[in-house]
Write a protein that binds this ligand. Structure first.
Ligand SMILES: Cc1ncc(COP(=O)(O)O)c(C=O)c1O
Length: 439
């Protein structure tokens, strides 16, 4: 509840909306990042959210579930159809949508990533991957990245690297080593644009010193749009191979087309031992995630890795099948590449006009704009980023600011060039305003 946020609420929230916000605050446990809520939504469709007061917002966050657009008709039809036939699948039975989905994911996934386990959310799918890595290697240690996010449960915050999840919560999983992420803009080794892969040397050093690391788990690219340089993942892959360590790539938010490829790792010529996907897999309607492991890791027939109640929910699987069909038929990965490429050109141009932009990064329709007070010192411009965010919201553009100063843009993959132009015009205007006032 910063002063800027209070100001936005005062200006934009009417009595009825405030009534519902007060009731929300009364009945839900408070938690960082989720409460207090900003506004009350009534509809979502395509790229857009509508609030109770009838205002429309282009949603450039969407929690990364809206690959095929909100309320996609094909997904809704598949869901309603499936609900009329088989609405749930009791454990020990299977169903055709689940089998067809597993077959489709194996067909789409690179290399010999052919064996699937479904779960009701990304966090639980990451948990299954961590358990499988322990069973497959007979080891328990992991390496993961500082500032990463893999979910909010105790096992996933242990490998995650964000203080807001880890602080004051007591002992986490043992053996969870952390290393710096491949952040070219703020490289700890000062490589800048000429990466010397010191960060990979450090991973090798830790693998070597520990000697018995079960798995390295990381987001292939991070939602703060930290995009590793070419060659990074190949090097990490070979370091893992050398040390008998499995590579788990978490692509929960960016799988299924956002980066211009069905799977993010396909941009980097690397095939992990396990791939975890989720979020948009359920078409932006159903919670669904999947662990996709290589054939040889099918070694745990005598253990329960997941065993979740909604493991093979036929309605969720029907939603996923319709989502994939839609991605393929409407060539949404290609659209992500084209519109994302166009947006990056505009952002690079905007960087020349706006002194507050320290860096722009992007891969398909995942883009990040890092705001700084000074391009030399790279001091984060947190307050200014917040100002731009609320001012854009007032003009109908919603997005998330990550790490305090990185404007992160992840629209629906169905977005048109006109919609992208409209959003970037708003951003341009808001940056002008913020720079006029304070930067
Ligand atoms: C990279 C990454 N991993 C894991 C998760 C957790 O997924 P879920 O919220 O579906 O449990 C998220 C969610 O934001 C994520 O971004």
């Amino acid at each position: 509840m910063s002063p800027r946020r209070r100001e936005w609420v005062k200006e934009h929230i009417d009595t009825e909306t405030q009534h519902w916000l007060d009731l929300d605050a009364k009945h839900f446990l408070r938690q960082s990042l989720s409460t207090p809520c900003l506004n009350v939504l009534s509809h979502c469709e395509g790229t857009t959210l509508t609030d109770l007061q009838g205002r429309h917002f282009m949603d450039f966050h969407g929690n990364n579930v809206h690959q095929v657009g909100f309320a996609n008709r094909r997904v809704i039809n598949a869901i309603t159809d499936q609900m009329e036939k088989l609405a749930f699948c009791t454990r020990r039975y299977t169903n055709i949508p689940a089998i067809r989905l597993a077959e489709k994911l194996a067909q789409l996934a690179p290399g010999n990533l052919n064996k699937i386990l479904l779960a009701p959310g990304g966090t639980t799918a990451v948990g299954m991957a961590l358990k499988l890595a322990r069973l497959a290697t007979g080891r328990f240690k992991t390496i993961s990245m500082w500032d990463s996010f893999h979910g909010a449960s105790l096992d996933t915050i242990s490998v995650g690297g964000e203080a807001i999840f880890r602080r004051d919560i007591g002992p986490l999983l043992p053996g969870t080593e952390h290393v710096p992420p491949p952040d070219c803009y703020r490289c700890l080794w000062g490589c800048g644009d000429h990466c010397t892969f010191k960060c990979v040397d450090y991973i090798e050093y830790v693998l070597d010193k520990e000697g018995d690391v079960a798995a390295l788990i990381a987001e292939t690219v991070r939602s703060t749009s930290v995009i590793p340089p070419r060659g990074y993942w190949e090097r990490v892959r070979s370091a893992c191979d050398k040390h008998g360590t499995l590579l788990i790539l978490d692509e929960i938010p960016h799988c299924l087309g956002r980066t211009g490829k069905m799977f993010t790792c396909e941009n980097f010529d690397v095939v992990p031992d396990m791939l975890v996907i989720g979020k948009g897999l359920g078409g932006g309607i159903f919670p669904l995630a999947a662990l996709i492991a290589r054939d040889e890791l099918d070694i745990a027939s005598d253990r329960a890795l997941g065993h979740y109640t909604h493991e093979k929910n036929p309605v969720a699987c029907a939603a996923a099948l319709a989502t994939i069909e839609c991605l393929e038929e409407e060539r949404l990965s290609a659209n992500a590449k084209t519109i994302g490429g166009y947006a990056m050109e505009r952002l690079r141009h905007m960087m020349q006009q706006h002194r507050s932009i320290g860096a722009v990064r992007g891969l398909g329709l995942l883009m990040g704009i890092e705001l700084v007070r000074d391009r030399e010192t790279k001091e984060p411009a947190g307050e200014e980023a917040e100002e731009v965010m609320y001012s854009a919201l007032s003009r109908g553009l919603s997005f998330k600011v990550t790490m305090g100063n990185i404007i992160t843009l992840t629209p629906a993959l169905t977005i048109t060039r006109q919609e992208m132009d409209k959003a970037l015009d708003i951003l341009d205007h808001c940056l002008n305003e913020a720079e006029g006032e304070s930067i």
